[in-house]
Design a protein around this ligand. Sequence first.
Ligand SMILES: C[S@@+](CC[C@H](N)C(=O)[O-])C[C@H]1O[C@@H](n2cnc3c(N)ncnc32)[C@H](O)[C@@H]1O
Length: 222
Amino acid sequence: MSNEKLLKRALLDEIAIRYGTDKSSKQHDYMRFYEFYFSSFRDQEFTFLELGVGPEDNKGKSLYTWSEYFKNAQVVGVDIRPDAKTIEHDRIIVEIGNLSSLNYLQTLARKFNQNRIILDDASHMWSHQILAFEVLFQTLESGGLYIVEDLHTSFRSLHEQSYADSPVDAFTYFNHLTYCICGRGAQHRNGEKLTLSAMQIALAQQIDMIAFYGKTLLIIKK
Ligand SMILES: C[S@@+](CC[C@H](N)C(=O)[O-])C[C@H]1O[C@@H](n2cnc3c(N)ncnc32)[C@H](O)[C@@H]1O
C-alpha cells in the first residue's frame, strides 16, 4: 500500500489549490497530512486559530480554506499587519497584534480560551514559535491539535539562520518534548545534551502525540 492511500490528497487539498495557499500539494503539500487528523471535526462547531494571515499575494488563502472545509467552525486569524483585517468574512475574523509579545499572547489566550485547532504560520522566528506554544497550548481543548509549520526554518543550510533569535531553535525545542513524552521523564542516554525547562516538562505531560510530517509538526493534547 502506498502512503498516498493513508495520507490522501483529497478535499482539503482540492480547496487549498483553489484558494492558492502554499499549504497545498502545489507547494508544501501539508494538506494530506492535516486532513488525516481534521476530517473527524468537519461538521463540528469549534474555533480554529491560525497565527499568520499572510502578506499581499497570499492574504487569507489558508483561512478561506479552513472556513470552506469546516462548515461550522469559527476561523480566527492573527497578524501584525492591520490590512489583514480586510479578509474578514462570514465565519472568519482577524485579530491584529504582535505575536512576539507575551502580553499580546496572554490577551489572545484570554479572548480565545477554547480552541480545537491552533496553527502557527506566522513569523517562524524561533522565539515566537516557542512562546506562542507555551502560552496558547493551554487554550486547546482536550483532544485538540497544535500545529507548527515550516520547521525547516530551524535548519541552518536552508535559511542561513535568519529565524535564529533564541539559543534553542524551534525544531530542537519540540524534538526535546518527544524525549519527555517517550521517556516519561526518565533521563535518556543522551540526556546530558538535553536542556529541558520546567515549562517543557509540564507541557509534555499534557501531550498525547507528536507527529512530524516533512516540515510541519502536529501535537495532540491529552
Ligand atoms: C507565511 S504568512 C501566513 C500565510 C497564511 N497562513 C497562508 O497560509 O495563507 C506569515 C504572516 O505572519 C505575519 N507576521 C510576521 N511577524 C508577525 C508577528 N510578530 N506577529 C504577528 N504576525 C506576524 C506576517 O505579516 C505574515 O502575514
